[in-house]
Design a protein around this ligand. Structure first.
Ligand code: ADP
Ligand code: MG
Length: 507
């Protein structure tokens, strides 16, 4: 018993050694369990009606009297009843007893059947065996040794077409084959681990090539499919509630310290990973909605993760990890110690031109990097909120939630803060030049402390005459409505910035 408990402690901490043994969930009633779990956590009017009906039946059969009588007999205060009440009870007692007995025996039988099923599967260098890790019953099943297995194959029961109904069979030379229902191995990851176990330890056993296709993760391995399975369980936390200080995530790897920003899809939290500060950016995923809605919200989360994953620049926020837990997606990001440009302006007021000039140069470096990738990345939300000025003076870009690889444009959606969006982005056709517009609009904000007029050429000098004509010219050209009048590349803007004080004399 102890051995099994210890084993599971290890699994839960994810530290068990894959080299000597691999353990995966094997839940015979996986679909039923999920179904029940959903029923009992989801609030539905149907469920309320069922419960009301059960209560009504209980009263109808004289349940309360029966209970009262039983109690009084047990307490020895009653020797039986007289009159009308007794008449009702004697008629109903036998029905009630029958009713309760059948309930108890059904529950008992269900428990026995449930407890007799394995919960996990263990593969080791010696062989394969079931593990029983129930509340009151913990044991390891008999070992089927690899040397006694002569074939591993797939059985497709008649009339079944879903791979979840297929059986992975280990042919036992000494007895009945071990048959595993694929649907009882809940995740793609766990099926893959079984395959790895077979490939590592059952090297001498013959196997059908077919099994690989069913155990291997899909080739264009998208996490979305994998996550969808994790999301079939009901949520534990309340839907839109932010995490509180001290909440632990990913088996205790991360501890939430405090919220640092609330955005469209969730909250960003300052958190602790061991002794290091990180940011957890949360995406609340919809729960009781159609699978296609779940899928598209997962895809959005995955897209931000994948774009960030391929970026590597000292001025772009670094993605450390990402994971799904309890119907929320989390990006683990490096913590940038500083304030966003908007927060800075709100606290200290507008910036002077020399400082804006310095920041503009840094923005050009960031956009040159993103636009220079192949295919180029368009950030699409290059605003004072998403640029963080780190305390050591480095400007960093965050929030790739709506960023896009340029080749996959043609979505018709408008995203980003309106004052910073060029007209083509409103039309759903953002290009790298759209980020240049946003950069110009951001510079306008930093100089004046005001958000620019949406879809307009920005001229900070009209508000603050002391601004240089060169800076005014650069911002106006960056925010040109027509893409042909705008800077074509950030490089051009950068050159003008470098020559600002030279060209100042010319203009
Ligand atoms: N890595 C980070 N380091 C420090 N602060 C961050 C970080 N990521 C986000 N923030 C803060 O949280 C806010 C919201 O995060 P953001 O990624 O912009 O999400 P949203 O899509 O909700 O705008 C940001 O404006 C910024 O102030
Ligand atoms: Mg943001």
């Amino acid at each position: 018993m102890n051995q099994v408990s210890r084993l599971f402690k290890n699994i839960n901490n994810n530290v068990f050694s894959v080299d000597s043994e691999t353990i995966v969930h094997y839940r015979h009633f996986y679909h039923l369990e999920n179904w029940l779990q959903q029923r009992f956590t989801e609030k539905s009017s149907k469920k309320r009606i069922y419960i009301l009906a059960m209560v009504a039946l209980f009263f109808f059969l004289g349940g309360p009297l029966f209970v009262l009588r039983t109690i009084s007999i047990l307490l020895g205060t009653s020797t039986g009843s007289t009159g009308e009440i007794a008449a009702i009870m004697s008629a109903n007692n036998s029905i009630l007893i029958y009713y309760f007995l059948s309930l108890v025996s059904a529950a008992g039988l269900g428990t026995i059947i449930y407890q007799s099923q394995p919960t996990h599967l263990s593969l080791s260098q010696d062989g394969i065996r079931y593990i029983y890790n129930h509340l009151f019953y913990k044991a390891r099943g008999p070992l089927l040794e690899w040397k006694n297995i002569n074939n591993i194959y797939l059985e497709k029961p008649n009339g079944k077409t879903s791979p979840d109904d297929f059986l992975l069979c280990f042919n036992n030379v000494n007895g009945a084959p071990l048959k595993l229902k694929l649907g009882s191995i809940p995740t793609v990851d766990e099926r893959h681990r079984i395959l790895k176990g077979i490939n590592t330890w059952a090297t001498k056993v013959a196997r059908d090539a077919e099994i690989i296709g069913f155990l291997e993760p899909p080739a264009d391995h998208s996490y979305t499919e994998l996550w969808l399975q994790a999301l079939s369980a009901p949520p534990k936390r309340e839907k839109l509630k932010p995490l509180i200080e001290g909440s632990k995530l990913k088996d205790g790897d991360y501890t939430v310290l405090n919220a640092i920003g609330v955005g469209g899809q969730g909250t960003a939290y300052l958190s602790l990973y061991q002794t290091e500060q990180v940011v957890l950016k949360e995406f609340i995923l919809p729960v009781y909605v159609d699978i296609s809605v779940r899928k598209s919200s997962l895809e959005r989360f995955e897209r931000e993760a994948k774009i960030l994953q391929q970026l590597d620049h000292p001025q772009v926020v670094k993605l450390i990890d990402f994971f799904i837990e309890d119907h929320r997606g989390y990006l683990v990001l490096e913590h940038i110690d500083g304030l966003s440009l908007r927060q800075k302006v709100e606290i200290k007021g507008k910036f002077d031109e020399a400082f804006v000039h310095e920041l503009a140069k840094q923005m050009c470096v960031i956009l040159k990097y993103l636009h220079g990738l192949s295919p180029p990345v368009v950030h699409r939300d290059f605003t004072p909120d998403n640029l963080i000025f780190r305390n050591d003076g480095v400007l960093k870009l965050v929030d790739f939630n709506v960023a896009q690889q340029i080749e996959s444009t043609a979505t018709g959606t408008v995203v980003g803060k309106h004052a910073y969006l060029p007209p083509e982005q409103f039309r759903g056709k953002p290009t790298t030049q759209s980020d240049i517009y946003a950069l110009g609009a951001t510079l306008f904000y930093l100089l004046t402390g005001q958000d620019p007029e949406p879809i307009s050429v920005s001229h900070p000098k009209q508000i603050l005459p002391e601004i240089s004509s060169a800076m005014d010219y650069i911002i106006a050209k960056a925010t040109a409505i027509n893409e042909n009048d705008r800077y074509f590349t950030v490089g051009e803007l950068e050159t003008d910035l470098a020559n600002e004080y030279l060209s100042n004399q010319k203009l």
